[in-house]
Design a protein. Structure first.
Length: 173
């Protein structure tokens, strides 16, 4: 059965890096980063743009789920509110198992990682405070959490692979 991995976490926690490792470790795997569906300048957040991005994400995920070439679909995005994860999951069609994981890190680790990204020009200055403010939002989410402090991306990916699915979906395409 196909497995869909929904990997969330605040900025700088290591989602993209871990998901790239997962893509290499899992057979017949495709990876989608939610940020790719909302890479705009200027970055505009409105009800219209949020709805458009969710439509884009679920369209792409459903296309990968439907495609017989892939056994594993890995998706990463901030997903700091349960309603976002629920909206994505409820819009997916097909038969598949689901693993939902939120990556976490200490404030110190996030500050260090994001500072390096800022110095290298990958992120803007305000990302640190936005990321740190979101840390508590993940504490209340009901899914598995994996702390990324002092772990390699490969170790984290292995933890995710070892998890049992949280649910199975069987919705008509």
């Amino acid at each position: 059965m196909k497995t869909v991995y929904l990997i969330g976490g605040t900025m700088g926690v290591g989602k993209t890096t871990v998901c790239r490792v997962l893509k290499r470790k899992l057979r017949d795997c495709v990876m989608l980063d939610g940020d790719w569906c909302w890479d705009s300048d200027p970055f505009k957040v409105s009800e219209e743009t949020k709805a458009m991005v969710l439509d884009n994400i679920t369209y792409l995920l459903n296309s990968f789920i439907k495609c017989s070439a892939y056994s594993n679909v890995v998706f990463c995005w901030v997903m700091h509110r349960q309603e976002t994860t629920d909206a994505i999951l409820s819009s997916l069609k097909g038969r598949f198992a689901v693993k939902i994981v939120y990556l976490t890190a200490s404030e110190q680790t996030l500050r260090e990682r994001l500072s390096k990204d800022i110095q290298s020009g990958q992120r803007s200055e305000n990302v640190i405070e936005r990321s740190v403010q979101r840390i508590p939002l993940y504490d209340v989410l009901p899914s598995v959490k994996i702390n990324t402090d002092n772990k390699t991306p490969s170790e984290i990916a292995e933890e995710i692979i070892a998890l049992k699915p949280c649910c199975h979906v069987s919705q008509d395409i």
